[in-house]
Write a protein that binds this ligand. Structure first.
Ligand code: CO
Length: 162
């Protein structure tokens, strides 16, 4: 097990690169996913995407049902959001790669995500609320998109201009 270094910065090239599809479901991938999970826990994150630890591959780890009895962490390989509700929801977000920055982001209230587990087996999950938000945030990372790109204007960051 290893705690990985999290890279930061809105203009960081690795964070802005579109990540590659994972083709090999081997022991190395499993170890990487374990390290990603450990790093997320250690840094008190709700989710973490591979580019944040300088690996441009399509792997994310996410926490579902945060602080509830059925809380669990899921590793997703090649996640693909295949359905999105028309209904949107605004919520506060932050990111381990943008320390100290927080803001409101509009996300789809419900999504269906398809992904492979670490064995390479296809899975599908229907998610709502915070669970859906975390997956949308982490999937954005795989396309080089950061939450500040989508932030609702007129929030905290505008205060910095005063
Ligand atoms: Co993030």
């Amino acid at each position: 097990m290893a705690i990985l270094k999290i890279i930061t910065g809105e203009d960081n090239k690795i964070l802005r690169t579109r990540s590659s599809v994972v083709l090999k479901f081997d022991a190395r991938l499993k170890k990487f996913a374990r390290d990603l999970k450990e790093t997320m826990i250690k840094r008190d994150g709700l989710g973490l995407a591979s580019p944040q630890v300088a690996q441009n591959i399509r792997v994310i780890v996410v926490t579902f049902n945060y602080k509830r009895e059925n809380e669990r962490i899921v590793a997703m390989v090649n996640p693909d959001i295949v359905e999105k509700s028309d209904e949107m929801e605004i919520g506060e977000e932050g990111c381990l790669s943008l320390p100290g920055r927080f803001g409101k982001v509009t996300r789809h209230k419900m999504i269906v995500v398809e992904f492979s587990d670490l064995e390479g087996i296809k899975q599908v999950l229907k998610l709502a609320g915070l669970n859906a938000r975390v997956v949308q945030h982490e999937c954005d990372h795989l396309d080089g998109v950061l939450f500040v790109d989508k932030m609702v204007k007129g929030e905290k960051e505008e205060n910095l201009l005063i």
